[in-house]
Design a protein around this ligand. Structure first.
Ligand code: 8YV
Length: 334
């Protein structure tokens, strides 16, 4: 019987499907997870595991793979695969699966939520009511820019970025701009985009200097790591609001802190940080223009259920047909 190890509880559909196909399933309890490779209980479990369902917080690297002599499939419960050492997995002929497509709507919706939360100070406005600080209607209180008719720059026009562009163009009459990354996939996706989106591809200087909102939805890789660095932050205009639903590491967080401290009307809203979670005493958490969510982009019931299903199907197909259904090797966009 093949054994599957699941890093943390995920929707039950995964376990049900795997069991119905004759797999043994072990779900680690909340204080273990696949990240703790030196845990003796985990080591014992890994020694006879054929497939794992990993989370984006689990580092599946060379060190981890030393403990997995029988591993045949790694099925990542995420579309992003920056937590996986793809080269080492390939070298060991371990198949890799991920969950593209099914979390596009959920993450695009959440990005819209963050745009509104950050521009209209939703968190702080609500908090004022809870704390008894709101004394009644204030004509000049909690003012923030509208999304309607604004210029949105999207860094990372993969599935999520394109869906967001549709929402902003058709829902808010937004002007959508982007820049070309030196990345084949990005360009080929762009060429198949609905021309009604009227996406304008700009030079980096022009792109950064003329934005109301900059939205980061790119995958994390060597090319995109710390893309939003000190120099690029300087080029943004004073009122630009930055939103991140890609990965925390797309941004140089120290440079971000400096910009948030020094720039008027500049604000940042993010679902992702480095590390996750941030230490509660982190200076970013003290700033009124920093808004953060606990990595809940894909946390709609529908998306998480589909992700669990795909994770199980990737394993079933990987073990039975030596081929997963969704492999990240060709698809590198969020
Ligand atoms: C995120 C993700 O929630 O699946 C992934 O790789 O991280 C998404 O589900 C999103 O990108 C961050 O908001």
């Amino acid at each position: 019987m093949h054994k599957v190890l699941i890093s943390k509880e995920i929707p039950a559909i995964a376990e049900n499907l795997l069991k119905s196909e004759g797999f043994e399933v072990v779900t680690l309890n909340s204080d273990v997870s696949l990240s703790l490779v030196n845990n003796s209980y985990l080591k014992k479990e890994l020694a006879n595991t054929d497939a794992i369902i990993s989370l984006l917080s689990d580092q599946i690297d060379q060190e981890f793979l030393k403990h997995t002599p029988k591993l045949k499939v790694v099925s990542n419960f995420a579309v992003g695969v920056n937590n996986l050492d793809l080269q080492s997995l390939k070298a060991k002929n371990i198949l890799v699966g991920h969950t593209p497509g099914v979390l596009t709507e959920a993450t695009a919706e959440l990005t819209l939520g963050l745009l509104l939360m950050t521009s209209r100070s939703l968190y702080r406005a609500s908090h004022d009511v809870y704390l008894g600080r709101w004394k009644g209607f204030e004509p000049m209180g909690h003012l923030g820019p509208s999304l309607f008719g604004k210029t949105f720059g999207i860094f990372g026009l993969g599935r999520i970025g394109i869906r967001l562009a549709e929402i902003l163009k058709f829902g808010f009459d937004g002007k959508i701009t982007t820049i070309k990354r030196n990345d084949q996939k990005d360009q080929s996706l762009l060429s198949s985009v609905n021309p009604k989106l009227e996406i304008v591809i700009k030079s980096e200087e022009d792109f950064l200097a003329n934005l109301d909102f900059l939205i980061l939805t790119a995958p994390l890789n060597e090319e995109t790591k710390h893309w939003l660095n000190k120099e690029r932050l300087k080029k943004l205009s004073k009122h630009t609001i930055v939103i991140n639903t890609g990965r925390g590491e797309l941004v140089d967080q120290d440079a971000l802190l400096e910009a948030l401290l020094n720039k008027d009307r500049f604000a940042y809203g993010t679902d992702v940080t480095t590390p996750e979670p941030l230490d509660p005493n982190h200076p970013l958490l003290k700033l009124p223009n920093f808004n953060v969510l606990p990595h809940i982009g894909s946390a709609s019931i529908e998306a998480r259920t589909k992700m669990a299903e795909i994770c199980a199907r990737n394993i079933i197909s990987g073990i039975k047909n030596q081929k997963v259904i969704h492999s990240p090797i060709k698809e590198q966009e969020l």
